[in-house]
Design a protein around this ligand. Structure first.
Ligand code: FES
Length: 216
């Protein structure tokens, strides 16, 4: 892949202070700066959702490594997204145990529910669907992963239910965040932590799915 650098020469004008601080922390605990490559990619992906060419170039510059070297790291690690993805990325396992336990039916249900195929993102930007090699839950197949959470013993109905609840939770979070923003303004004035500081997408997906699926 050809990496096209369109950013200004200095990574400091591209990466945020938070990103640079987190990357610098990772670099400080590694033997070499280059060894922090994968963690640095994760830091920027957490903030931006994916790793663009410009992000890749900026990280490489900060870690004193070539963009080609860092691209090798990013390509090797399948949870680093080099193309724009949806808010929630569904990794569905297509390895042998899942194949033998209903993977095809689960996949078809997800595709039909979301109206997308592998590698595609829903029109609302909510979900991207990707295949994945074994997720390590072969005795609980079929399995999919969304964010950092695994969903096991899937059936077509259960998979769709999970997606519906994540989507509903995201809507609730949007409503909640607009409501909380009024409180945040007051918190800012008083220099208190903002309510949104405690939320991230994985938390929302995980808490909702765990809470509502616990009585299955
Ligand atoms: S084969 Fe699907 S989790 Fe191992």
């Amino acid at each position: 892949m050809q990496i096209i650098n369109t950013i200004t020469p200095d990574y400091r004008s591209y990466l945020s202070k938070e990103e640079m601080a987190a990357i610098e922390h990772e670099a400080s605990i590694m033997e070499t700066r280059e060894a922090a490559g994968i963690e640095a990619l994760k830091v920027v992906q957490k903030h931006r959702g994916w790793i663009s060419d410009d992000s890749l170039y900026a990280i490489a510059q900060m870690l004193n490594m070539s963009a080609a070297e860092l691209e090798g790291v990013a390509t090797f690690y399948n949870l680093i997204y080099r193309q724009k993805v949806g808010r929630y990325v569904i990794h569905i396992c297509n390895s042998i145990s899942c194949h033998l336990s209903g993977y095809q039916q689960v996949l078809q249900a997800i595709k039909a529910h979301l109206g997308i195929d592998y590698g595609q993102t829903t029109a609302d930007g909510m979900f991207t669907l990707l295949s994945n090699a074994c997720l390590g839950g072969c005795d609980k197949a079929p399995v999919m992963m969304i964010g950092e959470r695994h969903y096991e013993y899937l059936t077509p109905e259960k998979a769709v239910e999970i997606l519906e609840k994540i989507a509903a939770g995201a809507s609730t979070e949007n409503y909640l965040s607009s409501f909380l923003n009024e409180g945040d303004a007051a918190a800012d004035r008083e220099n208190k932590p903002r309510s949104r500081d405690y939320l991230d997408d994985d938390d929302v997906a995980g808490e909702i799915s765990e809470m509502e699926l616990s009585d299955d």
